[in-house]
Ligand binder design. Structure first.
Ligand code: SF4
Ligand code: SF4
Ligand code: SF4
Length: 194
């Protein structure tokens, strides 16, 4: 692979990165390395996507941007592609799940942007209402208003909840990265240090 092309994606798609992204490469993608090696950047998948959620990302490579809407897993992007960049459509499209930001760290300025409204005491269940597979339930926990809780085993990573959240509090991440982030946040709240 051309190293300059690979460098374009280092960081965003690195397996060691714990960055949470709004943009992801593609469902059923073999791997980011195979994708950048073989994708011709013909843009056929961009044109065929009925949800119009695929855009040209870094280097002109197709990238799903959940801010434009949800992936319905129609697989038309896979069908139209003539390059060996996709896996079998019978397999799970990706390991992405939704992740809700419940609070900023104590050093952040006070703002509702980027934080779940329900966790700020404002009634909202827009994400639950839009989730077709019912991966989100509302829980009272210790809050005055019910807060959304995501079942990672049910979430398909479709991104529907992301685009309707009024405060952009939802991101997509792998389950592994989500657990890492949540463990870090829990350690911050309890003052645990390595
Ligand atoms: S599976 Fe369908 S909705 Fe999802 S990115 Fe591909 S063409 Fe678009
Ligand atoms: S839509 Fe956003 S603000 Fe509303 S409950 Fe869901 S995560 Fe919170
Ligand atoms: S990504 Fe899709 S399946 Fe997962 S919680 Fe959001 S709307 Fe539900």
């Amino acid at each position: 692979m051309d190293l300059s092309r690979r460098a374009l994606f280092r960081g965003r798609f690195s397996s060691n990165s714990i960055a949470i992204v709004q943009k992801v490469r593609m469902p059923w993608m073999v791997s980011s390395e195979v994708f950048t090696d073989h994708c011709s950047r013909c843009a056929k998948c961009i044109d065929v996507c009925p949800e119009q959620i695929i855009e040209k990302g870094d280097g002109g490579y197709p990238t799903v941007n959940f801010k434009h809407g949800e992936c319905t897993f129609c697989a038309e992007c896979v069908d139209v592609c003539s390059e060996p960049v996709f896996r079998n459509k019978e397999e799970k499209p990706w390991d992405l799940v939704a992740n809700i930001t419940e609070a900023f760290s104590s050093s952040s300025s006070v703002s509702l942007d980027g934080v779940c409204m329900a966790h700020q005491g404002v009634v909202c269940q827009s994400c639950k209402d839009v989730c077709d597979v019912r991966a989100i339930r509302m829980s009272y926990q210790s809050s005055t208003v019910p807060v959304p809780v995501i079942d990672d085993d049910v979430c398909t990573g479709c991104g529907a909840c992301l685009s309707v959240c009024p405060t952009q509090a939802i991101q997509m991440s792998s389950i592994e990265k989500k657990n890492l982030m949540n463990n870090c946040a829990a350690d911050q709240q309890t003052g645990v240090k390595e």
